[in-house]
Design a protein around this ligand. Sequence first.
Ligand code: TRP
Length: 327
Amino acid sequence: METVVSGIRPTGNLHLGNYFGAVKNFLKMQDEYKCFFFIADWHSLTTHPRPENIQLSVRKILAEYLACGLDPEKATIYVQSDVKEVLELYLFLNMNAYLGELERTTTFKEKARKQPDNVNAGLLTYPTLMAADILIHRAHKVPVGKDQEQNMEMARKFARRFNTIYECDLFPEPASFSYSGEGIKIPGLDGSGKMGKSEGNAIYLIDEPSVIRKKVMKAVTDSGPTVPNSEKPEVIRNLFTLLEVVSSREVYDFFNEKYNNCEIRYGDLKKQLAEDIVSFTTPIRERIQEFASDTAYLDKVVAMGAEKSRESARATIQEVRHLIGFR
Ligand code: TRP
């Protein structure tokens, strides 16, 4: 069975866009592949040298993913910093990673521009650490967004380079499993396209019903169509896309017909949309709260993940040492 590895940035809460993108993909993959999903807590030090409470934020994220259906019996779910074998591979890979190629990556240049006072070596070698995350389990596939494509190319390059230098075929070249083009792209509520944390237009899975209602009622609309069956402008299309994922077919058709007859009342649409989002997220929100308060269970999941991922990591690192010449 092919192996999948993916890292989760330990920042921010999950919103509907994440749910219908990355999370849905993870759920599908855990049934089809040998999956390793981890929370990338070391990586976050490249931008946040003094994280507030790593333990707490890791467990919050874990609770959200578990509530969405990530299953520790199917996938290995772990915390990056529990697997020290990754560090040894990171060191070995860095010995064959060149300054020029690391400096040329756009993510490095971007971050260096954003934090000119903290252009640290961890930032420079971010792609090596990411490659170590992936190669430590000899992954075949990595589900990532388009923004990670360059990091993935580096991972493939480091895998090939290792195999060439040490005359082996230890590492498969990990393929990007991009889900950006798949499924439905969830728009934000401000008419600006994609739902995102930084865009400030997101509905979070943990949002209380009153918060969701307020956000939806504030969504941007227009003055309504005047010609029957006219094409919907983007802001309106966005609302219909949301209806498509959280509402019933009947509800969608109802408002679509109203729109086509120029009888649409956006207030009614938004009210219905808000209620349907609330119905959709409520069970998830309740599960998040349950998991988050069950620290004993979360500790168990973390411990189990650490054990399973280290077993896989140890096997790889032993071969790596052997190939390089450490016995
Ligand atoms: N760089 C990824 C991101 O920002 C997170 C990440 C770290 C990752 N290591 C990984 C993703 C390994 C996939 C595989 O989203």
